[in-house]
Design a protein around this ligand. Sequence first.
Ligand code: AMP
Length: 211
Amino acid sequence: MIIVLLGPPGAGKGTQADRLAARLGIPKIATGDVLRAALRDGTKRGREAKAYMDRGDLVPDSVILGILQDVMTSPATAKGAILDGAVRTVPQAEGLGIMLAEIGKKVDRILLFDVDDDELVKRLSTRTVCEGCQTPYMGRDPGSKCEKCGGKLVRRKDDEPEAIRNRLEVYRTQTAPVIDWYGDNKMKVLKIDADGPVDEVTARAIEALNG
Ligand code: AMP
């Protein structure tokens, strides 16, 4: 099953993607994680993406479609994938659909994680992430240790106030139209209330997927 997760930055897509991936036995593919790994490895793709990411802007569609092509044709996604933040513009949604059709697949479910803006800003401005395994934490200071792997917690450059504002604006102008695009193409977008305890949000997502 191929599942696309939509929602603003800070909606908890990454956390829920991990849980759904474990539950369904299919991998989570987060283009943000792929890009950050490319940056750390100093690859051409990473160098191309860096300035966009630091500002909180979207990296060009051609870069993302290249990543999706690599990932969706890999044996690792033979049984499906949870695509976390991987479709952020209408051309990406179109491109993904075309590429999947070429290999006899399609997007099976679309989940939209919904949270109001004040809560998003609060979450992002108090978030730290593990430098190693990327696990996010709320309200833990940079420099603390990750509970999962012992790595150092850091503040993401794009979780600084200026970049947060920009990312929310980018979401409204460039990503929100993807919701209508799927609707116009007769693909149901399942809206999940993403406010509340993590376990409850996971339960709502599972219920929506089964419904
Ligand atoms: P994330 O970890 O999903 O918040 O992504 C971090 C940053 O990576 C974003 O602010 C963008 O600069 C870039 N990025 C990740 N996924 C995409 C995508 N599908 N389209 C464009 N840029 C992306």
